[in-house]
Structures are given as structure tokens and as C-alpha cells.
Design a protein around this ligand. Structure first.
Ligand code: SF4
Length: 281
């Protein structure tokens, strides 16, 4: 038995054939194996999921995990991180779960710069409940709850995250596995709040494979610390019109995170901030 054969649990997998969740599971397993080679054991990781097809991912790993309520991955992850800052806490959430029910938590976690990683399985529908529209469904989307099509534009979550103060913002695609692995690894290594919006294929209710395959491209990460550049990249695609659709790390900057902010007292504020930032330089 290979050392990590035990990483995947024996739980029966019930995702539909062709679902993009398989790719995210595969990429995450690879990243955990890489961390183990780097000396960070799997026991250091805690996974938190919401409710939706994505959420089953925590059942499929033999890792510490918490199956939370709908839209509530981030408060649970925040509590775990605050109680034990040495842990690497990773949220798995769906687009309905995170960008609708959980949006307020997402915005404030980015604003507080809580040191957690959020991976959104963005299939742009509520898959578990048979394809109702979510905040990232395109204008005109016809689902079970909206047979005449929706008459509202989607939320550009990249703009929302940048405007909320997120220090690491990226987009990946479930059919670009090398990029997915690299971005997940970098997000977990990032000291502070990190968000990955993964365009995930829902093979059953919203199969965008041919559109995404045609439209996605990997953006340059040469100026990844420039906020205005990140905003322009994020505005290139509004989740509704055809692409081009940029993928990659759009923005990365380091600031003191929660719980590091606990170390900062009013009297020696500047000194402590400089000391914290020097840890990553
Ligand atoms: Fe995947 Fe869609 Fe099936 Fe859910 S309904 S398991 S997201 S293909």
C-alpha cells in the first residue's frame, strides 16, 4: 500500500459521471501528498464543507473534517483557526452555498484576512437540488425554478473579493488539472485569506465544457501584486457574456492576518506589523 492510499476514504462516491468535483478531489489529494513530502503531515489539515454536491468531498478523504450548515463553512473554519492557529484550514463550498447563503461571511473573512483557504466549486447552479439558478448563473439561465430564464445579471465574485480586501484571489478550471494543483498549493501556503473560484463542470444540469474549453486562458501572473491590474483581469469576464475567461492567480499580497492581528497592540503597532511581514519576505 502506498503511504497515501489511506488518504481516500472507502465511502461510496455518488457524484455523477463526468462531474468536475472528481478533478478537484484529485488535485487536492495531490496537494496533500506534496505537503506531506514537504514535512507537513495530513493531520495538520482540517476540511470544512457546506451543503451541496461539493460537500461530499469531505466524506471522500480520510482527513479531519467538519460538515457544516448551508453557507456556514467560513464561521466554522474561522473558529477552528482561532482555536488552533497551527492548523491549515480549508473550506470547500459551492457557489450557491458560498455566494448566496454564505456571502456575508465570505466578505467579512476577506476583510479580516482570516488565514484560511476557500475553494469554491463554482458550477453555477444548485446541482444537489436539480439545477436551480445561483448568483453566478448567466443572464437568461433556464433552470427548474426559472423556466422562463432569469432576468438578473450574475455577481462578479472576483470584483466582490478584491473590493472586500482579499489578499489572494484566483480562478481555476476543473479541466485544467496542472493549474488547479498549483493554485491550491499556493493558496494554502499563502499566509492570510485565500480564495479560489473553480469553474467546475456540472455534467448533469449545466455542462459548460465546450464553452469553457474554448474560452479559458491562463493570465500572466507577472504583476500579481498590483491591485489595479487584478481588477482589470477580474473585469474581463462577468460570468454571463462569452469569454475570454482568465484563469490563474489574479492578486496576491501579504498583510498581517487574523490570528496574527492578535499580536498587534496599539503601542507597538508599526514594529509588530513589520516583524510579521518580515516572516514572509
Ligand atoms: Fe456533479 Fe452536477 Fe452531478 Fe452534482 S448534479 S454531482 S455537480 S454533475
Amino acid at each position: 500500500m502506498s503511504p497515501n492510499a489511506t488518504l481516500v476514504s472507502e465511502a461510496k462516491n455518488t457524484w455523477c459521471p463526468g462531474c468536475g468535483n472528481f478533478a478537484i478531489q484529485h488535485a487536492f489529494r495531490y496537494v496533500i501528498e506534496e505537503y506531506e513530502k514537504e514535512g507537513i503531515p495530513k493531520e495538520k489539515f482540517v476540511l470544512v464543507s457546506g451543503i451541496g454536491c461539493h460537500a461530499k468531498i469531505v466524506d471522500y478523504f480520510n482527513l479531519n473534517s467538519f460538515y457544516s450548515l448551508h453557507g456556514r463553512t467560513i464561521p466554522v473554519a474561522t473558529g477552528i483557526k482561532m482555536a488552533n492557529p497551527d492548523l491549515k484550514v480549508v473550506c470547500f463550498a459551492g457557489d450557491g452555498d458560498l455566494y448566496a447563503e454564505g456571502l456575508d461571511h465570505l466578505i467579512h473573512a476577506a476583510k479580516r484576512n482570516i488565514d484560511i483557504t476557500v475553494i469554491c466549486h463554482n458550477n453555477r447552479v444548485y446541482g444537489l437540488t436539480t439545477g436551480q439558478y445561483t448568483p453566478t448563473s448567466p443572464y437568461g439561465y433556464q433552470g427548474r425554478s426559472t423556466p422562463n430564464g432569469i432576468h438578473e445579471y450574475p455577481l462578479n465574485i472576483i470584483e466582490v473579493l478584491l473590493g472586500s480586501g482579499a489578499g489572494f484571489v484566483a480562478r481555476a478550471y476543473s479541466r485544467n488539472i496542472p493549474l488547479l494543483k498549483r493554485v491550491i498549493h499556493e493558496a494554502i501556503s499563502h499566509p492570510g485569506f485565500a480564495h479560489i473560484d473553480v469553474l467546475q463542470i456540472c455534467a448533469t444540469f449545466f455542462n459548460m465544457t465546450s464553452v469553457y474549453d474554448e474560452q479559458v486562458y491562463e493570465t500572466s501572473e507577472a504583476n500579481v501584486s498590483q491591485f489595479d491590474m487584478a481588477c482589470r483581469t477580474g473585469q474581463q469576464w462577468n460570468y454571463s457574456d462569452p469569454g475570454p475567461i482568465p484563469l490563474g492567480i489574479f492578486y496576491k499580497t501579504i498583510r498581517p492576518s487574523l490570528p496574527e492581528k492578535r499580536e498587534i497592540k496599539q503601542t507597538d503597532r508599526k514594529k509588530v506589523i513589520q516583524e510579521i511581514l518580515s516572516r514572509y519576505s
